[in-house]
Design a protein around this ligand. Structure first.
Ligand code: E4P
Length: 225
């Protein structure tokens, strides 16, 4: 299981990268809007994330609505840095754009995936990454992890002829809210979890670790007087 951080906040990305366990970054228009950035700053912001995370995949989402515009925006985003991954929402226009971009060697992360057929079509069109959402299912009273399990099992049944040499297509567990989402995704064999920074910090902590540290410190104080 690889860990991506799901944020566009540069401080969060810098800190997550400093831990030495980060394998990538995902952003989306909402996460970028949260930074307070404006349109003119968007591309420089993505370039800065790519610089901080040199060599790691950084997903930058296209907001285009037609296949031609997605292809054009995808090419432009991909030209910003070698580690850019173009994020496209699953729909017929984006499948066609993914097919074209993949044939040009551009990596696409197909996002907003909520069903196995969507994921299978994304893989077949040439997506390098497929992002099924977990938390948003839970938000509407459904079982996001059960949905993820179905998608992982269906996608892993086949090979697709794209990105084989890189081990793709990889499944990014998205819309992660809790450490348990990460645990269960790993047990299912999802390749990646993209985790918001707050939830990522929770993944590092455990109350028994805190308790153990406190008792070691107290006992060591007896030793050192
Ligand atoms: C995926 O890459 C998305 O950016 C993200 O995981 C969406 O999560 P949310 O449901 O918390 O908005």
């Amino acid at each position: 299981m690889k860990f991506f951080v799901d944020t566009a906040d540069l401080d969060e990305i810098r800190e997550a990268a400093s831990w030495g366990a980060l394998s990538g970054v995902t952003t989306n228009p909402s996460l970028y809007a949260k930074t307070g950035g404006k349109l003119a700053d968007f591309e420089p912001h993505m370039v800065e994330i790519c610089r901080i995370c040199e060599g790691l995949p950084v997903s930058a989402e296209s907001t285009a609505e037609t296949t031609d515009d997605m292809i054009a925006e995808g090419r432009r985003l991909a030209s910003l840095a070698p580690n850019i991954v173009v994020k496209l929402p699953v729909c017929t226009e984006a499948l066609a754009a993914t097919h074209q971009l993949a044939s040009e060697g551009v990596r696409v992360n197909m996002t907003l995936v909520f069903s196995a057929p969507q994921a299978l079509l994304a893989a077949r069109a040439g997506a390098r990454y497929i992002s099924p959402f977990v938390g948003r299912f839970d938000d509407i009273g459904d079982d996001g992890l059960a949905q993820l399990q179905t998608i992982v099992a269906a996608v892993k049944n086949y090979t697709y002829g794209y990105w084989d040499e890189e081990g793709g297509p990889e499944i990014i567990t998205a819309s992660v809210r809790t450490p348990n989402h990460v645990t269960q995704a790993a047990l299912m064999g999802a390749d990646i979890a993209t985790v918001p920074f707050g939830a990522l910090k929770k993944c590092v902590r455990h109350p028994l670790t805190d308790q153990g540290l406190a008792s070691f410190a107290a006992d060591w104080a007896k030793v050192t007087g």
